[in-house]
Design a binder for this molecule. Structure first.
Ligand code: AR6
Length: 187
């Protein structure tokens, strides 16, 4: 599914984000920035050791206590098709609930990733469905936050033209496309 927002584009697709050839792909990381499972593990495996080296440097120089929830940093894409990886950390939904505070952190993860891409003059960015795997946030609510944040911010940006949600399964894609249709109906 693809929608136009003025001269900008928002695309939903099913796929493996490590195969995207956008300027940047976004990693659903954890505060250590040292890798993990899920999409994080896949990105580090395919992207190679350069990404981890830069993550370690960022930890040492900028974030000795770890990357705070909702913040974003950028590294090389290493061996990936994407030139850069933007690492962000979404909230952990312990009891499977996306409360007000976690909604804000999730929105910030998308917002800060996209603002960083825009500051670096990147044109295309691919996102996974942040916090809806190991971090257990409810997919329906989290997808609405993700989509709303991008719909609000993308038209205001100078450089980013295309945002893609690269969703891992058909089920995840179906939830996102249902909610995107709802959200654009109200606009
Ligand atoms: N391409 C696109 N989406 C993917 C891929 C892929 N290759 N692999 C998994 N997903 P998760 P989180 C989807 O758990 O919930 C890690 O251990 C997956 O189906 O990767 O933010 C980190 O180190 C789900 O829809 O991220 C953290 O500790 C979505 O990506 C923690 O998990 C997010 O699932 C972060 O948890």
């Amino acid at each position: 599914m693809e929608i136009k927002l003025g001269n900008k584009k928002l695309i939903l697709k099913i796929g493996d984000i490590t195969e995207e050839n956008t300027d940047a792909i976004v990693n659903a990381a954890n505060p250590t920035l040292l890798g993990g499972g899920g999409v994080d593990g896949a990105i580090h495996r395919k992207g190679g050791s350069k990404i981890l080296e830069e993550c370690k440097k960022i930890r040492k120089e900028q974030y000795p206590d770890g990357l705070p929830f909702g913040e974003a940093v950028i590294t090389t894409g290493g061996n990936l098709k994407a030139r850069y990886v933007i690492h962000t950390v979404g909230p952990i939904c312990d009891r499977g609930v996306l409360d007000t505070e976690k909604t804000k952190l999730l929105s910030n993860a998308y917002k800060n990733s996209l603002l960083l891409a825009d500051r670096l003059h990147l044109k295309s960015v691919a996102f996974p469905s942040i916090s809806t795997g190991a971090y257990r946030c409810p997919l329906d609510d989290a997808s609405k936050v993700a989509l709303k944040t991008i719909l609000d911010l993308l038209p205001k940006l100078k450089n980013v033209e295309t945002v893609i949600f690269t969703l891992f399964t058909k089920d995840i894609y179906n939830v996102y496309s249902k909610n995107l249709k709802e959200l654009i109906k109200d606009r």
